[in-house]
Structure formats: structure tokens, C-alpha cells
Design a protein around this ligand. Structure first.
Ligand SMILES: C[S@@+](CC[C@H](N)C(=O)[O-])C[C@H]1O[C@@H](n2cnc3c(N)ncnc32)[C@H](O)[C@@H]1O
Length: 309
């Protein structure tokens, strides 16, 4: 059980029990095509499989964590407090690439991160360090990009921000050693998954209403067509004897039922708007082709019945 390196929108830590309860009793390899912050992957630490995300910086970060954890930690240790003055020896000490004034070290680091594709030689280790640093010191720890792919979250308010946490990086590095990491569209899993494997899909959720902005994970959104494609991929895997779990918003309930999946709503409270009168609680669904008797917790239930006799 490893803690995720990043804080990530749509993180699944609060859903772990509900997901695990639907996992098959046993499976071969584990695949997570929309890995994001990897709350499930890092908690599970599978012995083999694949993880993937369409976000290139995220995938590059995981590769550095896996291959050079100590050098990454060293770079992070060199970074200064977000509220301190910009470093005159680094680029963007005064203004950003757009000519905006840089008030402190945080905004300097943000401007450096947003320099992609970088001027001069691309240094993936520095990019990874900047990613972790910004994620741990930005407001709410949200990853959000504007239309040009720029990271645009303002500085957070932390009394004592900890952007290094070497122990966490080293443990995550070990977890990553056992899996292949890729930066593709989720459909790669049709080539990767074999019968008996388990695939967990956690896509950007389909919006509950046309205005709900659930899908803004990156500059290229995940639209209705992508949702249809995902359902098709889940069906194909099901036909091949691959175990499949999908989490999504409540609006997809009927579609997954019609496709023959077992679908449950789970008790999740998610903010879809922030009007003063309170936030709408929305249903979240977990769809799976794992039948109840084949699930992990089916064995537990049988055991407790047995014990009670
Ligand atoms: C709901 S988040 C996953 C959250 C993750 N389960 C966690 O615990 O942090 C969805 C992820 O899908 C990625 N994504 C969006 N479109 C994709 C695509 N077509 N193929 C693969 N990944 C995609 C996003 O970059 C984002 O990281």
C-alpha cells in the first residue's frame, strides 16, 4: 500500500472499498488506462500489468519516479519555499513568457513548467520535479490546464508545505517497477489485456448536465463520443473474458445495464456546482462484468456465515 505522489482531480481513495468489493477473487495482470493520480494503482501495488494516461507530463513523471527516484528527490530538495523571492539565476525571475510579472518563487516555477516544449535542452527530471513541486504547493492541489495546455492554478496557502517527501517517492518507485507505463489513448488496453486480467477504467466522468465541468482534466476534453468508445472497449474486453470495472457518473447507469454489466450506484458526494445553497450530491456508478459469486468479498461473506455456525 503506497500513497499517491500527486493530488489529482477525481482521485479514487474514497471509493477504494467499493471498488475492491467488486474485484474478482483472483486475476492475472492489472491494467489502469486512465491512471491519473493512481489512487487505486498505488494502493493495490499489483505484481504486473500496465498503467496509462493521455497526459504526457504525468506519464513522464511516473517514468522518472520509477527510474531515478533519488535524483528526483535531490532536485526537489533544491527548490525553495513557494512564497520566497524568485531565483535570479533561473529563467522567468521577473516576467512570464507572456510578459506578466512574477511575484514570487511559485509563479517563477509555474512559468518554467509552462515553457513546454522547452527552450534549450528538454530535461525530463526537472519537469518531473516542477510537476511535483507545483502539485504540492498550488491551491487545492488541483491539476488544471488552460486551453493552450498551460498549468494555471494559483499558489496555495500552506503554513508548512512539504513538496519533497522522499519516502513516498521511493515507495512509489518500487510500485512502478512492476508495470509498463504508457502515454496513449485508453484503447491501447485492447492489445494489452488478456483473458483473466483485470482492467479498471476511471475515465473523466460524463457530465451530469451540459454545464457541469467534470471533464476539464486537460486541454483535450473527453466527449460523448469517447464515452461511447469506452463502452465498446469494455464490451469487447468482456467478450474476451477479461474482468472489467468502470466507474462513471450516474448518467451512464442505463447504458452499462443495457450492455449487460452489473451496475451499482455508490454513495459518493461530489461537488458539481458551488452555489451558496449547497452542493448537488450526484450518484456515481460502478459497472462490472464480475459476477457476485466471483467477487473477492463473496468469499469473505461465505466465511463469516461459516464462522457463525
Ligand atoms: C478521473 S481521472 C483518473 C483519476 C484516478 N483514478 C485517480 O485516482 O487519480 C481521468 C484521467 O484520464 C485521463 N484521460 C483523459 N482522456 C484520456 C484518454 N483518451 N485516454 C487515456 N487517458 C485519458 C486524464 O488525463 C485523467 O488523468
Amino acid at each position: 500500500m503506497v500513497e499517491p505522489i500527486l493530488k489529482w482531480a477525481g482521485g479514487k481513495r474514497q471509493l477504494l472499498d467499493a471498488l475492491y468489493a467488486r474485484f474478482p477473487e483472483s486475476f492475472d495482470r492489472y491494467h489502469e488506462p486512465f491512471v491519473g493520480g493512481g489512487a487505486v494503482f498505488f494502493d493495490l501495488e499489483p505484481a504486473s500489468g500496465t498503467i496509462n494516461d493521455v497526459n504526457p507530463r504525468l506519464v513522464s513523471l511516473y517514468e522518472r519516479v520509477r527510474d531515478e527516484p533519488d535524483r528526483l528527490i535531490e532536485r526537489l530538495e533544491e527548490f525553495a519555499d513557494p512564497e520566497s523571492a524568485p531565483d535570479p539565476d533561473l529563467p522567468y525571475a521577473e516576467t512570464t513568457q507572456r510578459g506578466r510579472e512574477v511575484g514570487n518563487y511559485y509563479y517563477q516555477q509555474r512559468a518554467r513548467f509552462n515553457d513546454r516544449p522547452y527552450t534549450g535542452e528538454y530535461d525530463p527530471l526537472e519537469e518531473a520535479a516542477l510537476f511535483v513541486y507545483l502539485n504540492r504547493t498550488c491551491y487545492n492541489g488541483l491539476y488544471r490546464e488552460n486551453a493552450d495546455g498551460g498549468f494555471n492554478v494559483p499558489i496555495g496557502r500552506y503554513a508548512d508545505p512539504n513538496w519533497v517527501n522522499g519516502g513516498r517517492i521511493r515507495r512509489a518507485s518500487e510500485a512502478l517497477e512492476h508495470v509498463a507505463v504508457s502515454n496513449r489513448d485508453f484503447e491501447y488496453v485492447l492489445d494489452a489485456a488478456e483473458p483473466g486480467d483485470l482492467v479498471y477504467f476511471d475515465p473523466p466522468y460524463e457530465p451530469m448536465s451540459p454545464t457541469a465541468d467534470f471533464t476539464a482534466y486537460s486541454a483535450d476534453g473527453f466527449d460523448r463520443e469517447d464515452q461511447e468508445r469506452l463502452l465498446e472497449v469494455a464490451r469487447t474486453l468482456d467478450d474476451r473474458g477479461v474482468n472489467v470495472l468502470v466507474s462513471n457518473s450516474g448518467v451512464t447507469y442505463d447504458r452499462y445495464v443495457e450492455a449487460g454489466f452489473h451496475v451499482d450506484t455508490v454513495d459518493a458526494t461530489r461537488a458539481i456546482n458551488s452555489d451558496a445553497d449547497g452542493r448537488d450530491a450526484v450518484d456515481e456508478v460502478i459497472a462490472t462484468n464480475v459476477s457476485e459469486p466471483a467477487r473477492r468479498d463473496a468469499g469473505q461473506r461465505a466465511l463469516s456465515t461459516f464462522d457463525g455456525r
